[in-house]
Design a protein around this ligand. Structure first.
Ligand code: ZN
Length: 352
């Protein structure tokens, strides 16, 4: 009689080897070689919304890639890229599964609200891992953590420059000596996506022990290789940036062997391991002729701030040689806010 359980185990393994099993998601399952759309409801009792998610379940087995767009609802190129990915990814040509959050923050998208969810005024990308019984934003974070991040073998969170943010496109990976294997895989993912600049997010042991706050960092805290994309500027629905994101995701799918994709060789990206921040000491108007992507020298004046009557309050100059990765590209500025984020380029690192 002993051979019967052995035979059963063998038969189950044989059946699995023959083909991909269905992927369970949100009280149902997605058959191999198909995709399904979901609207996951979110409610705090008074307010309600939903999260539109598409699950692509490949015909062949493979890893699970989680992708989020619209964590910030005013950052359109990632959201438009997700719409295109929805049309272009063929589950029959896919090995593994993609869980694609089309728009994480629907209230911010429909409410045309930069940075925060207009229902509770919270920034979703400072709310991870979220709270099951929290405010609406905290509940969105909780559902994305549970339904998307926790199920992923690899993870990508897609952003762009919000309404006042001018941005040089880049992507980034999380780096920690404690999670060295995961960091290495994240680095390989980031480098495979074809961005000209790749940023290293160094995460200390102390930081790893605190709540992640950021969506992609939640994945990293869970030992999942995780990449951020920043592509798009000033809240505009840029076609070029949207294309760049779509191409980046397809390159990543090729790198992860989830799709057979012939990638055109890219020039080696510039890795930015150090950044420097310029903050404003004054409140008023930020006046500048610089834009993201400009390279600047230490000591160069990059702008000035005036009060509401046009009187200059302070000159702003760069503390470093480098490239402007991010800057405020519109006039309003409050004391203490970041004006610019300067990426220190590898060839200038030893000069300081
Ligand atoms: Zn964002």
């Amino acid at each position: 009689m002993r051979f019967i359980p052995v035979l059963l185990v063998f038969l189950v393994a044989y059946a699995q080897a023959l083909g991909q099993r269905s992927f369970p998601f949100s009280k149902t399952s997605v058959p191999p070689g198909s995709k399904k759309h979901f609207k996951i409801p979110v409610s705090d009792g008074n307010n309600s919304t939903y999260i539109p998610i598409t699950v692509f379940h490949g015909a062949n087995p493979g890893p699970v890639l989680g992708i989020t767009a619209g964590i910030h609802g005013y950052e359109y190129p990632p959201i438009l890229a997700a719409q295109r990915l929805n049309q272009q990814i063929d589950p029959n040509g896919l090995s593994g599964t993609i869980i694609l959050v089309q728009i994480a923050n629907v209230p911010a998208f429909l409410g045309r609200s930069p940075f925060v969810n207009p229902i509770d005024g919270k920034n979703l990308n400072r709310s991870f891992p979220g709270k099951e019984e929290g405010s609406i934003t905290e509940r969105i974070a909780h559902i994305i953590t549970k339904e998307v991040i926790a199920k992923s073998s690899f993870f990508v969170d897609m952003h762009g420059g919000d309404a006042p943010e001018d941005l040089q496109p880049y992507n980034s990976w999380y780096q920690s000596d404690i999670l060295s294997e995961t960091s290495k895989k994240g680095q390989e993912m980031a480098l495979a996506m074809g961005f000209d600049y790749v940023i290293v997010f160094n995460i200390s042991k102390e930081r790893l022990e605190k709540p992640s706050l950021f969506c992609s960092q939640e994945a990293f805290h869970r030992n999942i290789p995780s990449v951020d994309i920043e592509c798009g500027r000033l809240g505009m629905p840029g076609n070029e940036e949207t294309n760049q994101i779509v191409q980046g995701v397809f390159s990543l799918l090729g790198h992860l062997n989830m799709m057979s994709i012939t990638r055109t060789p890219k020039k080696t990206p510039i890795i930015v391991a150090k950044r420097s921040t310029i903050k404003s000491r004054s409140t008023g108007f930020f006046c500048t002729d610089k834009k993201a992507g400009d390279t600047i020298k230490a000591g160069t004046q990059v702008g000035y701030i005036t009060d509401f009557f046009g009187t200059k309050l302070e000159d702003i100059s760069s503390p470093q040689d480098g490239i402007i990765l991010y800057m405020i590209g519109t006039p309003p500025i409050n004391a203490g806010e970041t004006l610019m984020n300067i990426g220190i380029l590898p060839n200038t690192l030893n000069q300081k």
